[in-house]
Each structure stands twice: as structure tokens, then as C-alpha cells.
Unconditional design. Structure first.
Length: 552
């Protein structure tokens, strides 16, 4: 990655954030309370982090999954050391306040945080209760609370979800509501942990406008993001690049693009091509097509959706409107569409977590209504959008073993399945740790491994690359699509590049209807269709289309 570079801040504006010599190491429940007895098996999460950020500037923090990005945000907002155990050294100042001398409630007046996983942030049963929660804790008058809530919902174009139950919102909508809960608190410093994950392009555009507006009004903003190409549209003033808990670069964007490794951090295509001077290497990294897929696609369907309609209750609006399509052996399919278009609702029909209001779903020729959830899960593996909805075991290894044990695998088969899944998802080093002590991206890989170990014939993944660095998701997607025991792979995503690189087929869903179904480049190289489905063209899409001479 190269030697760390240091850029002196020439601004006369006083720094909003000063971090000096920051180190942190988590302490877990099974460790002794004495600091001298803490083992050295788990490396520090942060090592010697130092930087200054002037008021009103925007900082992008990038780096591989598990490198300490989210831990750094927890230090800035006071969750460390107030809510997480560990050893913290060094100093942090926010708006000239030493955070070690502030209570968490006091620091919350200055710093607002949107967490990586909205399910860990949302506690209110309705949208209004969720947004009001912080103000209620500060004893804000009820009239003012109502005014603020309606103003922020209007600002984020979320008026239509007022009064809705938070559990009934899509993942992207929950993320927006979490952002609304921060905005009403009116902090000076905003921390966003992977804000673009799980969002369609319309919502990303709105969030970008929000961030730019906050910066224009003098707010200081820090964004952690794996989708670097999206984040660079905001023209950050500085970039902090981290690796193994250390900062390996801090400086302006143009210098970051010169030193960042495109095989570790997903960069815009022009920056990637400048970095990879060898055309063959660029071709291999960027546009290796799925046509190398070894599986043969057969005509016999293994999963069929026949005129599937669905509504959550008698009085709720219909989510799916007569959706029909088939999945064949050997296929890798990406399901794309706007937030709230019914993607997750559709996938859950296949697993029996939801049953069609009308129509039917067939799995290997049998109607799923006649099969128990246990029978379905022996054939289909499903990874939820939020790993927190799946994880519960005391250690990573026990988490991955749980499924095979309940399916009564023979000991030899179980040990091999567990080890293979852990190796494929690169989580072996965490096997004795609690899943809840891991980063969001690491938890997501544990959730995928736990499903992979069950050796289902069909895998359904909801936003599999959320929280993943570029190298990690390329590795496990390559592994899964070539599994000889896997009949089909279907995943929900907002990542067009993922669909381009790893599928033979893309299905676009809009307002509960299929509006396109076909080869990735044919479907996605249609600007009008992408705009209708709230999908933003990427630099890689343009590059591949131009190289292959594909016309709109």
C-alpha cells in the first residue's frame, strides 16, 4: 500500500475533530478484568491513529472489512469506551471537547451517527416513535418534536412512511428512517457508516444532496464507505485509508487515488486503469465474464414462481402483483430494483417464510405450501440482509455448525462442510470469537458461511456484499458460483457491477412487477430502464459496454 503520507492542514479554521495517538483493543466477556491479564491473541482494533479535520469538511474513511473503520467511529461518538469494553489510549477532541470527559448523552448533542446496520439502530415500533426517540430523551417540547419530524420527513421525501410500523419497512427505508432520527437532533458532526449500502440510486441521490447541504451549512461529516465510487461523487476534502487497524494514508482525494490498490478498494474505472498498467491484468480484474461458468444451464426448472401475489395483511397494500419466472439449474441470477419494490418479499416466498396470497411457488416440482420450513431449508439456503437477524451462537464455529447439526449431518461430513465454508468466507481466524464482537462485514461473512455449510442446492442471498471490501466479495462470489453441489444462486443487490461480473441473468423488479429479465449487459445498458428502476449506471458498466460494442 506504500508508506503513510502526511499532509499538513493549512486551513485557518479550527479543527472540529482532533485524534492523536489513538489505540483501542476490545476486551471480551471471557477475559479477566485486569488489564495485565488480557491475552494478546486478538490484535488491537486501532493502532496509533492521528489526524485533524477542520470544521465544515468531509472525510471519507476507506479500507478492507475489519480494518477498524467502524471502531474508529465508535470512538468518535463515545460508544467506545462507554458501551464497549476495552483498553483505549490516546486523545480525541470533538469541537474542542475532550470526549473522555463527556458523558455519552452530552456527546450525543454534538455528534450524530447513522449505524451500518439500521436494525441495530431502530428501536421505535413506528416511524414517528423512532424519529422522536432522541428528542424525547432531551425533553424536547412535543409541539417542536412534531414540527421537526414532519420537516425531516419532507426533507428526505419520506412522508409516505409516516405512521408505518418500522418492521414493515424495507431495509433501505429503515436506513432512511435511521438517518431521519439523526437529523432531527441537529448535531454539529455527522458520522455515516456505509450510508449507501442497501439503497437504490434515487435514495443515494437524496442522501448525497443531504450530505452536501449539511456541509454547505458548516457541518463536519465523516463517511465510512466501501462503495468508494459513490462516495467520491461528494468530493471529500480528505481520505483516510486504513488497513489492519492502522492508517496507511491521510490526505487529499487525488493523492489517495494514486496510492490505493484497486484489488483491495473498489475505485472508479479510470483510476483503476491508471493504476493497473498491464492491459491483461485490467481485463482479468474488471471484465472477467461469467461465460467461464462451468455449470451447464438446463431447461428443467428447479424453482418456479407462478402468478405470485402477496400482501402482508388484509388492509395493507399489495406488494407483489402476479410475478412469474423460473430458475434453472446452473443459473446465477441478480434481482435488482428500487427500495420497497418487493425483492426481499419475493425471495421469502421461495423459503416459505411468506406464503403467496394468490399463485404458487414450486421447488423441484413440489408446491411450497405443502412443504414445511424445515423441508424447504434442507434444499434452500437464505442469508438475510441484516446478519444480526441470523446470528445467535457464542462463537463463530458454533454458529456455522448449527445448521449442519440440525440437519443431522454425519460427523465427518459436518466437519468438512463447516471447515470448507469458513475457509471460503475467510473467517477461520475468528472461529472462537463471538459473532457479535465482529464488524458488520465480518458478521455478514459468518452468516453466509453458516448457510453455505448446510449445503443447500439453491442459495438466496440478500445484499451479500454489504459491508464487504472489494477483495473479500470477489473471492466468495467466485467460490459460490462454481460450487459443484450448487444448482442455482440468486442474490438481491443494488450493486450493478456485481450483477455484471457474476451473473448470466438479471431480473428487474419495480413496484411488485418484473419489468426486465435477460442477460446483464443487455438489461443494464438501458439508461431509460435504469432510471425507472432507480439504478445508477457505473463507470464499469460504461467501460464494458464500450469495449463490447453493446448498443442501448
Amino acid at each position: 500500500m506504500g508508506k503513510q503520507q502526511d499532509y499538513t492542514l493549512n486551513s485557518t479554521i479550527s479543527p472540529a475533530i482532533v485524534v492523536h495517538g489513538l489505540n483501542f483493543r476490545y476486551r471480551y466477556e471471557d477475559e479477566e478484568s485486569s488489564t495485565s491479564s488480557i491475552s494478546n491473541e486478538i490484535p488491537p482494533a486501532l493502532r496509533d491513529i492521528s489526524f485533524e479535520l477542520p470544521a465544515g469538511e468531509l472525510l471519507l474513511i476507506a479500507g478492507p472489512s475489519g480494518c477498524g473503520k467502524s471502531t474508529l467511529l465508535k470512538c468518535l461518538n463515545g460508544l467506545i469506551p462507554h458501551s464497549y469494553k476495552g483498553i483505549l489510549t490516546g486523545t480525541i477532541q470533538v469541537l474542542a471537547h475532550n470526549t473522555s470527559k463527556l458523558k455519552l448523552s452530552e456527546l450525543a448533542r454534538y455528534v450524530g451517527t447513522m449505524l451500518q446496520d439500521p436494525d441495530k439502530q431502530i428501536i421505535g415500533s413506528t416511524v414517528e416513535q423512532e424519529i422522536a426517540f432522541g428528542m424525547e430523551n432531551l425533553a424536547t417540547p412535543r409541539k417542536e418534536m412534531r414540527q421537526r419530524i414532519h420537516a425531516v420527513l419532507e426533507q428526505l421525501h419520506l412522508e409516505h412512511v409516516l405512521g408505518r410500523a418500522t418492521f414493515a419497512l424495507s431495509g433501505g427505508q429503515r436506513q432512511q428512517v435511521a438517518a431521519a432520527g439523526i437529523l432531527v437532533m441537529r448535531p454539529s458532526v455527522f458520522l455515516f457508516d456505509e450510508p449507501f449500502a442497501n439503497l437504490d440510486s434515487r435514495v443515494v441521490d437524496e442522501l448525497e444532496r443531504l450530505v452536501l447541504d449539511l456541509r454547505a451549512k458548516g457541518h463536519t461529516i465523516i463517511i465510512v464507505e466501501h462503495r468508494v465510487e459513490e462516495a467520491l461523487r461528494l468530493q471529500p476534502d480528505k481520505v483516510l485509508l486504513m488497513q489492519h487497524g492502522r492508517q496507511v494514508f491521510f490526505g487529499p482525494t487525488n493523492a489517495f487515488l494514486q496510492v490505493a490498490d484497486p484489488q483491495q478498494v473498489k475505485l472508479p474505472i479510470d483510476a483503476t486503469l491508471r493504476t493497473l498498467h498491464q492491459p491483461d491484468k485490467a481485463q482479468e480484474l474488471l471484465i472477467r465474464p461469467i461465460v467461464t461458468q462451468k455449470k451447464t444451464i438446463t431447461d428443467q426448472p428447479i424453482l418456479q414462481f407462478e402468478q405470485v401475489y402477496y400482501r402482508y395483511s388484509t388492509f395493507s397494500p399489495e406488494i407483489l402483483h402476479g410475478v412469474s419466472f423460473e430458475v434453472h439449474p446452473g443459473e446465477t441470477i441478480a434481482l435488482l430494483g428500487p427500495n420497497g419494490s418487493g425483492k426481499t418479499t419475493l425471495v421469502k416466498q421461495a423459503l416459505g417464510l411468506l406464503r403467496p396470497t394468490k399463485g404458487r411457488v414450486l421447488l423441484y416440482g413440489e408446491e411450497t405450501r405443502k412443504l414445511s420450513v424445515a423441508q424447504l431449508t434442507s434444499q434452500i439456503g437464505y442469508v438475510f440482509q441484516s446478519p444480526g437477524s441470523m446470528l445467535f451462537a457464542p462463537s463463530v464455529r458454533k454458529e456455522v455448525r448449527f445448521g449442519p447439526e440440525n440437519l443431522r449431518f454425519e460427523p465427518e461430513r459436518m466437519d468438512k462442510a463447516v471447515q470448507t465454508a469458513m475457509t471460503a468466507l475467510n473467517i477461520e481466524e475468528f472461529e472462537e470469537r463471538s459473532p457479535f464482537a465482529l464488524s458488520f462485514g465480518q458478521q455478514k461473512r459468518v452468516a453466509i458461511a453458516s448457510v453455505l455449510a448446510m449445503q443447500g442446492k439453491i442459495l438466496l442471498l440478500d445484499e451479500p456484499t454489504a459491508g464487504q471490501d472489494y477483495k473479500a466479495y470477489i473471492a466468495f462470489m467466485e467460490y459460490m458460483r462454481q460450487l459443484p453441489s450448487l444448482d442455482a444462486l440468486l442474490f438481491i443487490t443494488h450493486d450493478l457491477d456485481l450483477a455484471l461480473r457474476f451473473t448470466q441473468r438479471v431480473i428487474l423488479l419495480q413496484e411488485g412487477n418484473i419489468v426486465a429479465d435477460g442477460p446483464p449487459l443487455q438489461v443494464l445498458n438501458n439508461p431509460e430502464l435504469l432510471e425507472r428502476c432507480n439504478l445508477r449506471p457505473t463507470s464499469l458498466l460504461s467501460y464494458i459496454a464500450s469495449r463490447q460494442g453493446v448498443k442501448d
